[in-house]
Ligand binder design. Structure first.
Ligand code: SF4
Ligand code: SF4
Length: 96
């Protein structure tokens, strides 16, 4: 799964790509693998940051009401995680 992630203060975020081996998306569409890294800049996302090629990240998703969810697997081609103030939410989520 290719993941673009704008949660730039996550421990696993590197230039808008997720470097975790596996992530878990919770039933409310939040990334449950997010770990805040206080050493990272929490300033607003800059579109000037060059993004890396996304790597293949394993993903389990508990958001059963999402159109792309098939028995805990996400069948989207790729997802985008947003960089909200508190949580990191799946922006690809579409309610069935
Ligand atoms: S918030 Fe989730 S998707 Fe984004 S870098 Fe962190 S673990 Fe990966
Ligand atoms: S698109 Fe839907 S199924 Fe895929 S990770 Fe996001 S919320 Fe889960």
């Amino acid at each position: 799964m290719e993941i673009r992630c704008r949660k730039v203060n996550c421990l696993y975020n590197r230039q808008l790509s997720c470097m975790a081996k596996k992530i878990e998306v919770l039933n409310n569409g939040e990334c449950g693998t997010f770990i805040k890294d206080n050493a990272k800049n929490t300033a607003e996302f800059s579109s000037e940051i060059a993004s890396l090629n996304p790597k293949d990240v394993a993903l389990n998703c508990r958001a059963g009401i999402c159109l792309f969810n098939r028995n805990g697997r996400c069948c989207a081609n790729g997802i985008t995680i947003t960089g909200g103030k508190q949580s990191a939410d799946c922006a690809t989520f579409i309610e069935r």
